[in-house]
Ligand binder design. Structure first.
Ligand code: NAX
Length: 333
């Protein structure tokens, strides 16, 4: 990416609540840097177009210099043409009384259309991040419908879960969150995900110390820590009567920033990426793994120890993803 060139950034679900934080992170420079000019392309459904126009007025009123132009559209072809980055936030929410299969069906239809449009119109090096739930399976559908775009260019968001895990460890250990490193989210962005602290460490004044040696409470690390992170989204809905928005936008910003600029030496982040057989997860699903990133390419961290406790949790979230895939793919054939 050259900073002298404008990058085309598509955000779907642009009239929604995550986008209302995300757009402003992007145009401030938090995602692509303080000297990267951006063409912002905002996609939503026709019923939301008036709301979207209001968002555009606010973007203009921020007077941020990085915005070179703004396109506001309901047309996927217009949206994805020449896209360098596509952040797919918009999805069909689960309504009262809706069966899970109905939700999968509605989202399969959305991500099939968007995947196909990315395939046909986007820049061939486009980087795609799927946020809309079920994020892993939606990303798989979009990628499957975009055979001309490399599979590794499709990812889904588990960075929010990763950030939540870091924050819980920092609170428990009474350290600053910046000193917590290498927690991992394995699997699905759902309540079966496995937040894993075993390989993580905390920077103490005395040096790098394994998380378990600082917290000294394995029962908490294998119990309440995991369930708190798994259920954090539901806890926020229960408290706020709305789902996570600012924290989701921050996590999206972190995910894309690191994908573009790389991770610091030795640092892992969690990303939902196509499985490649690592850790016994066969190809064919999008699974959250620990990754490092260099020159715009991520690498799944290899060789981490998997004990029986972790194996069981990784296998369980893997099974859920296989089931989701089986249910959703009957709607895209
Ligand atoms: P909102 O309901 O506030 O906004 C969603 C927006 O998407 C709406 O404006 C809607 O009109 C639009 N939309 C629906 N179908 C569309 C389509 N076909 N094309 C373009 N736009 C479309 O939801 P919000 O709180 O912003 O959440 C968005 C999605 O993120 C949801 O699916 C949510 O479950 C998911 N999340 C995923 C997270 C993750 O870590 N992967 C965390 C946060 C969030 O819960």
């Amino acid at each position: 990416m050259s900073n002298s060139e404008i990058v085309n950034v598509v955000i779907t679900g642009a009239a929604g609540q995550i986008a209302y934080s995300l757009i402003f992170n992007v145009i401030k420079g938090d995602m692509f840097g303080n000297d990267q000019k951006i063409k912002l392309v905002l996609l939503d459904i026709p019923a939301m177009i008036d709301g979207l126009r209001g968002v555009v007025m606010e973007i203009e009123d921020c007077a941020y210099p990085l915005v070179s132009s703004i396109v506001c559209t309901t047309d996927v072809k217009e949206a994805f043409t020449d896209a360098h980055y596509a952040i797919l936030v918009g999805a069909m929410p689960r309504r009262d009384g809706m069966e899970r299969s109905d939700l999968l069906k509605a989202n399969a239809a959305i991500f099939k259309v968007q995947g196909k449009a990315i395939n046909d119109y986007a820049n061939k090096n486009v980087k795609v991040l799927v946020v809309g739930n079920p994020a892993n399976t939606n990303a798989l559908i979009a990628s499957t419908c975009a055979p001309n775009i490399p599979k590794e260019n499709f990812s889904c968001l588990t960075r929010l879960d990763h950030n939540r895990a870091k924050a819980q460890i920092a609170l428990k250990a009474n350290v600053n969150v910046k000193d917590v490193h290498n927690v991992i989210i394995w699997g699905n962005h759902s309540s079966t995900q496995y937040p894993d602290s075993r390989c993580g460490y905390i920077n103490l004044p005395t040096g790098k110390t394994p998380i378990s040696n600082v917290i000294k409470n394995d029962q908490w690390l294998q119990g309440e820590f995991i369930t708190t992170v798994q259920k954090r989204g539901a806890a926020i809905i229960s408290a706020r009567k709305l789902s996570s928005a600012a924290s989701a936008a921050k996590a999206i910003t972190d995910h894309m920033h690191d994908w573009v600029f790389g991770t610091p030496e030795g640092e892992y982040v969690s990303m939902g990426v196509p499985s490649d057989g690592s850790y016994g997860i066969p190809e064919g699903i999008i699974f959250s793994f620990p990754v490092t990133i260099k020159n715009g390419k991520y690498t799944i961290v290899q060789g981490l120890p998997i004990d029986p406790f972790s194996r069981a949790l990784i296998d369980s979230t893997h099974s859920e993803l296989i089931q989701e895939k089986t249910s959703a793919f009957q709607f895209i054939e």
